[in-house]
Write a protein that binds this ligand. Structure first.
Ligand code: EPZ
Length: 444
């Protein structure tokens, strides 16, 4: 297919080697973002495609012995990484702008590249597809990362209910199934990835599968919508109970990746911390209820009209007495660090409780370097609003890195965030987007 080719081997290798893995915290000397604080934002930005919708849908493309076209696909490091893993399995890919074409007609292997897979925990979602396509699959055993242990017991339990067997050898997970068959799965704990793996294992299994206790995150629903558009038979989308009638395989389709609710929420926070305005183009407002409610509670005002979200933060930044993260439609854990950064500049005292990941306050010491007054007590953070001062800080993971950039917008003077590559795992170009909103940032 003519048009923009995928990043070339050498170039891609640089992107991948630069996109430090989740466990490479504290790697020094990588890219930086400089932020000039104290500017009230008042611009407009188009919201990128959703990282966490695109990744499982890319894995699902393996179930189609043909060509899958994904429009509006975010050009981010984790997508390039997943693309490279798919190519290592024998798929071919091609980009045209933000359209990614994946051809999985001929696959040559069911063994995912260990070095690449280890760089991204979400490669585990390939398990369901590989078992569905091949009846076996080999993936690097995903390690923990700075936001928590991130076990995969729920993934394996669910796929065992469909007839899969697993063993771990030398850091790799070997899965095998003499043909997946429909079954009954009940999750006693909500897991986005495990629900996605169960759906991917069930969609082409023999017979019908009922999954109870499903995660209701939008990224699960978008995967189901994609699968149904490609020939799957899934009912109950958006609920905690999915019924899946197995089909023989998927067919070609052209699918629009939805816009990214976490990126959109990040830019609402950028407006808030600078008490500015801002217009977001094509945000998934229907998936942003919890964030927008919290934004209003601290004095933000918004109006949504014809695909545009108009923000006015001139009355912000009141304190937020209580905020806790939860499964959808609760407040998303991925926006917790970013909203925490906003509250460090709010008037009065705020509290946040993190209920999803056990170590998602990792960014706090870096915020404290900027003058933030935060006290941690287990899963609770108490924030006394005050002033932030620009300084050199270090990103250690994706959303904590984004939080430091947002904090830099509200700080006095210039902030420099190191290890920009962590942020580029999930944001196409946070510097470009914030400058579109009227900020003054630069990459170096
Ligand atoms: C997905 O991770 C997202 N990643 C995460 O976004 C997001 O924070 C998370 O869902 C929660 O919404 C992708 O979609 C690629 P979980 P996932 O399984 O699927 C525990 C970002 O910044 N658990 O819902 O890994 C787990 O430890 C990333 O974009 C088990 O105990 O999250 C956690 O405490 C970060 N056993 C909780 O469940 C398991 O087998 C929720 O995890 C699996 C999970």
């Amino acid at each position: 297919m003519n048009g923009e080719e995928s990043p070339r081997e050498g170039e891609l290798h640089k992107i991948i080697s630069d996109s430090i893995s989740e466990s490479d915290a504290g790697v020094d000397g990588l890219g930086r973002i400089r932020i000039t604080g104290g500017i009230s934002l008042d611009g407009e930005v188009k919201i990128q495609g959703s990282k966490n919708a695109a990744l499982p849908i890319m894995a699902a493309a393996l179930l189609n012995r043909g060509t899958t076209v994904l429009k509006g696909c975010p050009r981010i490091a984790d997508v390039f990484l997943m693309e490279q893993i798919l190519c290592g399995l024998g798929a071919t890919t091609c980009w045209q702008g933000d359209t990614l074409e994946i051809c999985a007609r001929e696959l040559k292997s069911c063994v995912a590249d260990k070095e690449l897979g280890e760089k991204m925990r979400s490669s585990i979602v390939l398990l369901g597809s590989l078992l569905g396509r091949w009846g076996e699959g080999v993936l690097p055993f995903p390690g923990g990362c700075v936001i928590g242990a991130r076990p995969i017991d729920l993934h394996l339990e669910a796929l065992r209910k469909l007839g899969a067997e697993f063993k771990e050898e030398e850091g790799c997970l070997y899965g095998r199934a003499r043909g997946l068959r429909g079954g009954e799965i009940t999750f006693h704990r909500s897991s986005v990835g495990a629900t996605q793996n169960a759906v991917l294992g069930a969609v082409c299994a023999k017979g019908t599968t009922v999954i109870r206790g499903c995660s209701r995150e939008p990224e699960v629903s978008w995967l189901c919508r994609f699968l149904n558009q490609a020939g799957g038979q899934i009912r109950g989308i958006g609920t905690s109970c999915l019924e899946i009638r197995g089909v023989s395989g998927l067919h070609d389709t052209v699918f629009q990746i939805p816009s990214d609710r976490i990126a959109a929420g990040t830019y609402v926070c950028a407006s808030a911390i600078t008490r500015g305005k801002g217009i977001l183009l094509d945000p998934p407002v229907g998936e942003m209820g919890a964030l927008l409610k919290a934004y209003e509670k601290i004095g933000g005002q918004y109006m949504y009209k014809s695909g545009k979200l108009f923000l006015c933060s001139q009355r912000a930044l009141g304190p937020l007495r209580w905020l806790e993260t939860g499964i959808y439609p609760g407040f998303p854990t991925d926006l917790q660090s970013i909203f925490l950064a906003v509250l460090t500049c709010a008037r009065g005292e705020s509290r946040i409780r993190e209920n999803i990941f056990e170590d998602r306050f990792k960014v706090v010491p870096q915020l404290q370097k900027m003058g933030a007054q935060i006290t941690l007590d287990g899963r609770m953070a108490r924030i006394r609003g005050g002033r932030l001062f620009g300084t050199l800080v270090k990103a250690e993971e994706l959303r904590g890195g984004a939080a430091l950039v947002i904090a830099g917008l509200g700080a006095e003077g210039e902030t420099c965030v190191e290890n920009r590559e962590f942020i580029e795992r999930g944001y196409e170009d946070i510097s470009r987007d914030l400058n579109d909103l009227g900020a003054r940032t630069q990459k170096d």
